[in-house]
Design a protein around this ligand. Structure first.
Ligand code: GTP
Ligand code: MG
Length: 305
C-alpha cells in the first residue's frame, strides 16, 4: 500500500506542484471569500477538469457549504476533496483482478503514441509478478517496428509474444495469439493494436473486427483505452469515439508524470463514466499504479515534497 501511495504521488508530482498546489494555497487563508470561488473555478478549468465538470463539482461543494454551514476554509477544502473522490468513483473493480478459471483478454487501443506498447509491458510485468501466465499478441502490424518493440519488452519481462509479418491481418494475429493462449493455458492475454486516430472510421471498423475475433473465445474481455494525460481535453473526444467503436471498459491514463494538469481524470470520469483503471507514472517498467480515487485526490493536494 505504501508502494501504491508512493507511485501515485510520483505520478502526480507535477500536478501537485502546479495547478492543484495553487488550489491548496487558496485554502490556506482561514476564510473563503467570494473571489476564492472564482479563482477556484479558473484553476480547475485550467487544470483540464473541463467547464461542465468544474460547474458540477463547484455547485455540489457550494451546496454542502450552505447546507452544512461550513465556514472555515479547511472544511470547504475537505468538502471539495470529498466531492472529487465521489466524482471519480466510477466502478469498484479498478484493480488487477485474478481471473478464476476463464482466460482474461485485454485488448489495448488508442491513438498513436499514447503509450500503448509501454503500458502493455507494465501490465504484463504486474500480472507476471502475481504469478499469472501472460501471453502478448502483436496485432499492430501497421508500423514495421511495432512487433519488434513488443518482442523486446516481452524478453525483458519474460513473457512470450505472438507476432506475424508487418502488413499481416491483425485479426489473424489475434486468432493465433488466442489459440496459442488456449493451448498453453495462459491466464492473461494482452493484445497490442496499431495507434489510430479516433476520426478514421475504417480503422475504427478494423478494431470492431479484432474485437469480434476475440469475443469468440470463452474469456473475460477488457477493452483498455490508453489516453495520454498531456493531450488534455482531446482525451475526452478520443474516449467517446473509441467507446462507440469498441465499448471501452477501462482507461489507462499515461504520462501523468509529464503534466501539471491532472484534472483530465475528473473530466473523463464525469463525462463518460468509464473507470480509470491504471495510471502511467513514467517510462520504466514499474511506473504504473492501479488508479485509486481516494489516493489520487489526496496525492494531488498533499503538501509532501
Ligand atoms: N513520461 C512517460 N512516458 C511514457 C509513459 N508511458 C509511455 N511513455 C512514453 O511514450 C512514448 C510512446 O510509447 P509507446 O508505448 O511506443 O506508444 P504507443 O501508443 O504504443 O505508440 P504507437 O504504437 O506508435 O501508436 C515512449 O517514449 C514511452 O516511453 C508514462 O507513463 N510516462
Ligand atoms: Mg505501440
Amino acid at each position: 500500500m505504501t508502494d501504491l501511495i508512493e507511485r501515485t504521488e510520483r505520478g502526480v508530482k507535477r500536478s501537485r506542484e502546479g495547478l492543484f498546489g495553487r488550489i491548496a494555497d487558496l485554502f490556506s487563508h482561514l476564510r473563503i471569500e467570494d473571489s476564492t470561488w472564482d479563482e477556484l473555478e479558473e484553476l480547475l478549468i485550467t487544470a483540464d477538469v473541463g467547464v461542465e465538470t468544474t460547474d458540477k463539482l463547484l455547485s455540489e461543494v457550494r451546496k454542502r457549504v450552505k447546507n452544512e454551514k461550513l465556514a472555515e476554509s479547511s472544511q470547504v477544502s475537505d468538502a471539495l476533496k470529498a466531492e472529487m473522490k465521489r466524482l471519480l468513483s466510477v466502478a469498484p473493480d479498478a484493480t488487477i483482478t485474478n481471473p478464476a478459471d476463464s482466460m482474461k483478454i485485454i485488448l489495448v487501443v488508442g491513438v498513436n503514441g499514447t503509450g500503448k506498447t509501454t503500458s502493455i509491458a507494465k501490465l504484463a510485468n504486474e500480472y507476471k509478478n502475481r504469478g499469472q501466465k501472460v501471453l502478448l499478441g502483436a496485432a499492430d502490424t501497421f508500423r514495421a517496428a511495432a512487433a519488434d518493440q513488443l518482442k523486446m519488452w516481452g524478453e525483458r519481462v519474460g513473457v512470450d509474444v505472438i507476432a506475424h509479418q508487418p502488413g499481416a491481418d491483425p485479426g489473424a494475429v489475434v486468432f493465433d495469439t488466442l489459440e496459442a493462449a488456449r493451448s498453453r493455458r495462459a491466464d492473461v492475454v494482452i493484445i497490442d493494436t496499431a495507434g489510430r486516430l479516433q476520426t478514421k472510421h475504417n480503422l475504427m471498423d478494423e478494431l470492431k473486427k479484432i474485437k469480434k475475433v476475440a469475443a469468440k473465445y470463452q474469456a473475460d474481455m477488457d477493452v483498455l483505452l490508453v489516453i495520454d494525460a498531456t493531450t488534455g481535453q482531446n482525451g475526452l473526444s478520443q474516449a467517446s469515439s473509441f467507446t462507440e467503436a469498441t465499448d471501452v471498459t477501462g482507461i489507462f491514463l499515461t504520462k501523468l508524470d509529464g503534466t501539471a494538469k491532472g484534472g483530465i481524470v475528473f473530466a473523463i470520469c464525469d463525462a463518460l463514466r468509464i473507470p480509470i483503471k491504471y495510471i502511467g507514472t513514467g517510462e520504466k517498467i514499474d511506473d504504473i499504479a492501479p488508479f485509486d480515487a481516494g489516493l489520487f485526490v489526496d496525492a494531488i493536494f498533499s503538501k509532501a515534497v
